[in-house]
Design a protein around this ligand. Structure first.
Ligand code: HEC
Ligand code: HEC
Length: 277
């Protein structure tokens, strides 16, 4: 089930307001960058570059993920550091690597403009403020659902024509114990939304989940991303230390060997699809 907090019911005016805000550049200090400037709708709400530039021209730490099905995520960000969509809104608006603004200042600037004045009253019975902005954006994001693909027609309707033979072979492999892909990329969202270290690096410039829990056992663990719309969302989970997956300072094969030595739990088979990119 999607996660909808009781205090923020999913209403039509709140979603319409959230949609307008998602494309509103006035949420950034310079008035030049909206949420959609890094989460492009035509790219399944992900970015086209390994790491996105904020209003000051500086690159952020991680690759902007697709927002498809975020309503189902128990925690946001690749390290799970933010517990819900409402709170998440504050991060890009205030981050000096992203929109570098202040949500109260942005609300003050937009409050008397349309459609904000009208929709804010309809949705939450008061003028636009930080409460309204965070709630409305969260509700719009809850409507970004991805589901009815050829894959779904095959799985749910047993439509034998939905996938090509090659795709069926890939699906068999994906679901096989030989690859184990489906043990983490499972369920409707092709993600169990848990955190794993898949052994991409020996030294993690981005500590991943450890940054949040301070538990050394969580070093290099990241949230399993959905594989829906994957063809639309490259480059994939780039990091500060490589810019693009597989284009690191050492050949991946070498890094894999080193990582397997140090971390015996690493599933080496997992590297094959990445290497094929
Ligand atoms: C400068 C580019 C940029 C802008 C602007 C931006 N984002 Fe993001 N967004 C990112 C990056 C990068 C991440 C991944 C951060 C991480 O995992 O630490 C992210 C992650 C997210 C996530 C978490 C997704 C997940 O799978 O956990 C949500 C939700 C989100 N952004 C919504 C928004 C909203 C709403 C706005 C506008 C208020 C916004 N973003 C503006 C770059 C951006
Ligand atoms: C142990 C759990 C686990 C298994 C098994 C696993 N993955 Fe992943 N996968 C992850 C995690 C975690 C990430 C994100 C890593 C990161 O953010 O650095 C990921 C990332 C990916 C990505 C990049 C997606 C994106 O949007 O960035 C693809 C594609 C992928 N996996 C495909 C596969 C395939 C194909 C298999 C089987 C060969 C597989 N995975 C097996 C956990 C797993």
């Amino acid at each position: 089930m999607p996660i909808v907090p009781g205090e923020n019911p999913l209403t039509t005016p709140s979603v319409r307001l959230g949609k307008a805000l998602f494309f509103e550049k006035g949420l950034s200090r310079t008035g030049t960058l909206s949420c959609a400037g890094c989460h492009f709708p035509e790219r399944a709400f992900s970015d086209t570059v390994p790491r996105s530039a904020g209003v000051n021209g500086d690159l952020g730490m991680r690759n902007a993920p697709s927002l498809a099905n975020v309503a189902y995520h128990p925690a946001l960000f690749r390290d799970g550091g933010v517990p819900n969509l409402e709170l998440q809104v504050l991060a890009p608006i205030h981050d000096d690597l992203e929109m570098d603004h202040d949500i109260n200042a942005a609300a003050g600037d937009l409050r008397d403009r349309e459609p904000y004045a009208t929709l804010s009253q309809q949705a939450y019975g008061k003028p636009l403020d930080a409460y309204v902005i965070t709630r409305a954006l969260a509700n719009y994001e809850r409507t970004l659902l991805s589901g009815w693909s050829r894959y779904d027609r095959f799985v749910h309707l047993a439509d034998g024509n939905a996938l090509s033979e090659q795709e069926l072979r890939g699906l068999d492999l994906f679901n096989s114990s030989a690859t184990g892909c489906v043990s983490c990329h499972s369920g409707q969202d092709l993600s169990d939304h848990a955190f794993y270290n898949i052994g991409q690096y020996v030294d993690y410039a981005d500590p991943g989940r450890e940054r949040i829990t301070q538990d050394p056992g969580d070093l290099g663990k990241f949230k399993v991303p959905t594989l829906r719309n994957i063809a639309l969302s490259p480059p994939l989970h780039a990091r500060r230390n490589d810019g693009y997956l597989g284009a690191g300072d050492r050949p991946l094969r070498q890094r894999r060997a080193a990582a397997s030595e140090q971390k015996p739990f690493v599933d080496t088979i997992h590297f094959e699809p990445h290497r094929a990119r």
